[in-house]
Design a protein around this ligand. Structure first.
Ligand code: ZN
Length: 274
């Protein structure tokens, strides 16, 4: 079983990473993809992968990085990511994308006029798009798949990715059924986290999983976040990916073995793992 998205280089794992990795191995996890989220975390993802051969690094900047970014530095950032790709066994570019949820959440709303706040939000969204497109181009150039993060910006993101011939996964998919179909028709995969273990049975997400071919689904924890039931509220870790496999099996009315077997193959094919 693969966990295609875990941030083992985040501080939440500082004190007991060794045990987390042991528990993942006992839970029959054969590979973990650790995406980058900033330049620093792209670097530490690569370092972690050098120490543990079953951890595969991805490098990229999360859209949250856009707010503090000067667009002039974009070339420099892409150069640094390129260097990491060339010196490490990087399996994807990401996580990167658009996140319009609470953009400008850090602004001092009392000190600024409505108009100024709107301008600032538009400015940050513009940088997110530039940052995303630059990483899409890097992925194309290096022939790597993308790990796409998207929140509250699916229509905007679709407009961008439509112009590319892409391989990749929309991680922690939380859009609607129509958007899911559009991503699938573009050849992208969808991956699901512990969120699917605690939404209601009539949630659109459950319907989307039912309708998405198993061949296009990947499993992920997004550890340390989004912990599945029955551990919801605690820190997440790769060993818990089995609860997501079980839930998908349950929704589709198939065996867990089949979910594991097919998603393993999907992961190996997409990220070119041997
Ligand atoms: Zn993530």
């Amino acid at each position: 079983m693969f966990d295609t998205h875990a941030h083992l280089n985040f501080p939440e794992f500082d004190s007991d990473l060794k045990r987390v990795i042991e528990r993942a191995k006992s839970a029959k996890i054969t590979g973990i993809i650790n995406p980058g989220s900033s330049l620093k975390h792209s670097r530490t993802a690569c370092e972690l992968a050098q120490k543990h051969p079953f951890i595969y690094p991805a490098v990229g900047l999360h859209p949250h990085e856009a707010a503090g970014l000067n667009p002039k530095d974009l070339d420099l950032i892409i150069n640094k990511l390129t260097e990491l790709v060339e010196k490490n066994k990087v399996v994807a570019i990401g996580e990167t994308g658009l996140d319009y949820y609470r953009v400008g959440g850090g602004l001092d709303r009392k000190a600024l006029s409505e108009e100024k706040i709107a301008d600032e939000i538009e400015r940050i969204q513009g940088i997110q798009k530039k940052l995303f497109k630059a990483q899409l181009n890097l992925a194309q150039e290096k022939n790597l798949p993308m790990i796409i993060h998207c929140r509250d910006a699916y229509e905007e993101l679709l407009k961008i990715v439509k112009d590319y011939k892409l391989k990749g996964v929309v991680h922690c998919f939380s859009g609607n059924a129509k958007q899911a179909k559009e991503f699938l028709s573009l050849g992208l995969h969808l991956s699901f986290t512990g969120v699917i273990t605690f939404v209601k049975d009539d949630d659109e997400l459950i319907k989307i999983i039912g309708e998405t071919p198993l061949e296009k689904i990947l499993l992920e924890t997004d550890a340390p976040y989004l912990t599945p039931e029955p551990y919801r509220g605690k820190r997440n870790e790769p060993a818990y990916v089995k609860f997501i496999a079980e839930k998908i099996a349950n929704i589709k009315g198939i065996s867990v073995e089949e979910v594991i077997k097919t998603t393993n193959q999907n992961t190996k094919n997409l990220f070119n793992l041997t």
